[in-house]
Ligand binder design. Structure first.
Ligand code: SF4
Ligand code: ZN
Length: 469
């Protein structure tokens, strides 16, 4: 496959490319745009190589502005089946990031892209080229795709209908997956598509734990592993179940150890606090511990503003992602919230005390009926003190737990001290402090990300520049 006829380079080497606001021609989708989507469907009548643009093309767009984006890929091939659509769809992220001058984040209805000014000046000035690159990559990387066509939607009017259609498709996929549970199957799956960004991360995909990007459920993974067993999505025999409550399986441990190159040895599928599932960067939401309450909050990628702890999604995402196990910060799919096994090892859905309003509205029907009105949102409370009062007023079940009593100070003092004395490591969040330079001005800023602090002493020494070679 050659891209020598293209005005910009194309290849995996560009996958990590970031395009900042001041480098971009335009932004497509993203948090400021209401409707955006990407969808793959099988259509045996797809016309190979065809690219259609509905709405303004790149060259007609105003520099520095945001536009809606819909990317609809139709594929044909003799052995294709519907379950493969979601898995193919996930590859859009990877393939678009191969293009030098295009940055693509997220998936499904959260697509966020930027095209750089530099790429535009080199000649990447039409979606025709982006669509052609996408089609070539689909056929080259997924040989069972025999034909592919792409349609782009780039304004509010054109995107409305296909966006609604895409939302129906996502809902149907999710609904089907909700009917199946981990105990009903004898095979789990793994995915390492995100290792280019997070080299120690692998997703465990089970009926109850849809992949954390939300785009690959158990059925999708099964179909992908069937057509390409040696590919990035593969079978994981569960093996022995050591602990049903935790979701601790020998097969998952073995897989994680192998795929993380020994970095991760043990994973509890249903815990965000002990041996939690690792997170790459594309999780739909974050389950985070609220230490002052002993309960958990959930913030999703589309949340506007900050969570109860004063942090926006982006700041929490920094310490959640990267393929590490971060107790207290767990990247999750929205679908997982609906599972009866949701973080059951930590106390389950009843430990959730706060959720972003839009997210809560979305999952409301899947929450236990007697809990729905007891989970606060940003519309109900704005800080920890208000949350504590709220929880007591509505009689949230958390208030009867030891975790809550200890956290708010009503628990046994002794226990608290013991906890400290053991030197237990607790999530510290992102810490930042400024060390001033001698004489007042200058100095440097130290930012510690993903940190757990446990030190007997800290020594700060002045470096004598003259001794440096
Ligand atoms: Fe695969 Fe997980 Fe990445 Fe989704 S988040 S593409 S399932 S590794
Ligand atoms: Zn990822």
């Amino acid at each position: 496959m050659s891209f020598s006829d293209m005005p910009v380079d194309v290849g995996p080497v560009y996958e990590g490319e970031r395009i900042r606001g001041n480098q971009m021609l335009v932004e497509l989708g993203g948090p400021k745009i209401d409707k955006k989507f990407e969808l793959v469907r099988i259509n045996q009548k797809a016309v190979d190589g065809k690219v259609v643009i509905n709405g303004p093309d790149l060259k007609d767009m105003e520099k520095g502005k945001q536009y809606p984006i819909g990317i609809f890929v139709e594929v044909a091939g003799k052995v294709l089946e519907e379950d493969l659509e979601a898995v193919f769809e996930r590859r859009i992220h990877e393939f678009l990031n191969y293009i030098n001058g295009v940055m693509h984040l997220n998936q499904r209805y959260t697509t966020w892209m930027r095209v750089s000014q530099q790429a535009f000046e080199k000649g990447l000035n039409t979606f025709e080229l982006i669509g052609t690159i996408l089609i070539r990559l689909f056929k080259a990387e997924l040989p069972i795709v025999e034909k592919a066509q792409v349609t782009f939607y780039t304004n509010d009017k054109e995107i409305a209908k296909p966006h609604a259609m895409a939302m129906d498709v996502y809902n149907a996929r999710d609904e089907r997956a909700r009917g199946l549970h981990d105990d009903d199957v004898d095979m789990f799956y793994g995915c390492v598509l995100c290792q280019s960004f997070a080299p120690t991360h692998a997703c465990c995909i089970t009926p109850d734990r849809t992949s954390l990007c939300g785009s690959i459920n158990w059925f999708d993974a099964r179909a992908a592993a069937k057509v390409d067993p040696k590919g990035p999505i593969y079978e994981v025999p569960p093996g022995e179940c050591y602990d049903k409550l935790a979701g601790h399986y020998s097969g998952i441990d073995e897989m994680m150890k192998k795929r993380s190159l020994g970095e991760i040895e043990k994973v509890y599928l249903y815990s965000g606090m002990e041996y939690p599932h690792t997170s790459c960067g594309c999780f739909e939401a974050i389950d985070f511990l609220i230490p002052e309450i002993g309960g958990h909050g959930i913030i999703d990628r589309n949340h506007d503003g900050v969570a109860l702890n004063g942090l926006p999604f982006s700041a929490m995402a920094n310490q959640t992602g990267g393929g590490k196990q971060m107790p207290g910060f767990n990247g999750i799919s929205i679908q997982y919230i609906a599972s009866p096994k949701y973080q059951q090892y930590d106390g389950g859905i009843e430990t959730i005390v706060w959720m972003g309003k839009n997210l809560k509205d979305r999952v409301n029907e899947f929450l236990p009926a007697d809990l729905r009105d007891k989970i606060a949102t940003e519309e109900d409370v704005s800080d920890i003190n208000a949350l504590q009062k709220w929880l007591e007023d509505v009689k949230h079940p958390i208030i009867n737990t030891d975790a809550y009593k200890n956290a708010v100070g009503g628990g046994e003092e002794e226990e608290e001290e013991e906890y400290e004395a053991e030197g237990a490591m607790v999530p510290m969040g992102t810490q930042s402090f400024v060390v001033p330079g001698a004489g007042g001005a200058g100095g440097f800023k130290v930012i510690l990300k993903n940190c757990k602090i446990h030190a007997e002493s800290i020594i700060i020494k002045r470096i004598d520049n003259k001794k440096k070679k």
